[in-house]
Ligand binder design. Structure first.
Ligand code: PLP
Length: 408
């Protein structure tokens, strides 16, 4: 090792140490310090390149530094970044119109993070319940699913069943009923006259890319319509091209009453989230009842508008579908060779690692040594969500690295 690379090595150690020393330990990052990104690739502080197969949990659907997104952001950065919603700005209207059209809905309520979109969806559903459905004050119930992940705020973790997410963070907000995921009949059984909404992920990402049985979403849609309950689809991770369609609900031809969007809506540049619904639902919110200082800011709106424009042609959706089919075939070949199961939909996969080979974390760490970034979830699973701009040959190469790592 040359003196120069030794000192860079030391610099990397110092950067990790500085995080350990001064950043709260609410994450346990894999040992890589990223300094640059372009497309599906990132470069660490030592100049070593990695194929990014996580893309910030699907927030980087268009890859790092997509030129069209950067151009929209840069043009807006030089013009106007923040007004607050005390005033109108010239970017929010066009963004909301385009996003509403993409969703086939009337109205958009812009927020920043995914958790805020979920919180907003909960408030909207409750207000709709009291003001439109006629539920008695403070009696509203929302049905959610086991294994859900909807974010990290206190209300949201209150209806998670992951002990790590909940432990020591109570007391929790009442009004949620959790039922097994993937069985529509238990949703029907859980609904009472006080139920205002069913809140589900069309595919459970954090749980390990858990795909419900075919027909589940259609059945839930039918139940919600018949019982007079809103269907809220948390498409924060599954939406905007990831699964080979614009929305995961599209796979079953289902239109929810409320879309919750985030992650990729910000183009990997900044947090942008939204609740999208028709006027008879989202119209229940009146001035002063909900808001956010940064929600709908012109920079976010300019980036969000560009993202929506990029999704219009369907090119990213088809890439996800075709590349996903290709990747799925390659990954299935690993079953029985260090992999016990693969779930894949679009360009989004949960890969269950044989405990004999190691934990998900250990496999992720070994892949770093081979220039591939993935992320473990729930012990034995690694989750991949490559940028939709990735090439088939790059995916082949990454699967080859995984094969080598699994072979020990
Ligand atoms: C990431 C995620 C959230 C929370 O989004 P944040 O931006 O991290 O608050 C909510 N729901 C789903 C399905 C997610 O994947």
């Amino acid at each position: 090792m040359t003196a120069t690379s030794a000192s860079i090595d030391a610099a990397m150690g110092q950067l990790i140490a500085a995080e350990e020393e001064h950043v709260a330990h609410n994450y346990h990052p894999l040992p890589v310090v990223i300094a640059r990104g372009e497309g599906a690739w990132v470069t660490d502080v030592e100049g070593k390149r990695y194929l990014d197969l996580l893309s910030a949990y699907s927030a980087l659907n268009f890859g790092h530094g997509h030129p069209a997104i950067l151009a929209a952001a840069q043009e807006q950065l030089n013009r106007l970044t923040l007004t607050s919603r005390a005033y109108h700005n010239d970017r929010l209207g066009p963004f909301a119109a385009a996003l509403a059209e993409l969703c086939g809905k009337d109205l958009v309520l812009p927020m920043n993070t995914g958790a805020e979109a979920v919180e907003t969806g909960i408030k909207v559903a409750r207000a709709w319940g009291y003001r439109v459905k006629g539920v008695a004050p403070d009696a509203a119930k929302i049905v959610v699913a086991h294994g859900n992940f909807h974010g990290r705020t206190t209300t949201i973790v209150g209806f998670s069943d992951d002990p790590q997410a909940r432990q020591d963070f109570g007391p929790f907000t009442p009004g949620f009923i959790s039922v097994p995921y993937g069985d529509a009949r238990v949703i029907d059984a859980a609904i009472t006259p006080d139920t205002v909404a069913v809140l589900i992920e069309p595919i459970q990402g954090e749980a390990g890319v858990v795909v419900p049985p075919e027909g589940y979403l259609r059945a839930v849609r039918e139940i919600c319509t018949r019982r007079g309950v809103l269907l809220i689809a948390d498409e924060i991770q599954s939406g905007l091209g990831r699964v080979g369609e614009t929305f995961a609900c599209d796979r079953e031809g289902v239109v929810p009453d409320v879309y919750l969007l985030g992650k990729a809506l910000g183009g990997g540049v900044l947090p942008v989230s939204a609740v999208v619904a028709d006027r008879d639902v989202l119209g229940v919110i009146h001035p002063g009842e909900h808001g956010s200082t940064f929600g709908g800011n012109p920079l976010a709106a300019a980036v969000g508008l560009r993202v929506v424009e990029m999704l219009k042609a369907g090119e990213f959706q088809s890439r996800a579908k075709l590349l996903g089919e290709h990747l799925g075939t390659k990954l299935q070949e690993l079953v029985g060779h260090g992999v016990t199961g693969v779930r894949i939909v679009g360009l989004w996969a949960g890969i269950d690692i044989d405990p004999a080979v190691g934990t998900g974390r250990e496999v992720a760490e070994r892949l770093i040594g081979r220039g591939v970034l993935v992320k473990d979830t729930h012990g034995q699973t690694i989750r991949i969500a490559p940028p939709l701009v990735v090439r088939a040959t790059e995916l082949d190469w990454a699967v080859e690295q995984l094969r080598v790592v699994l072979a020990g």
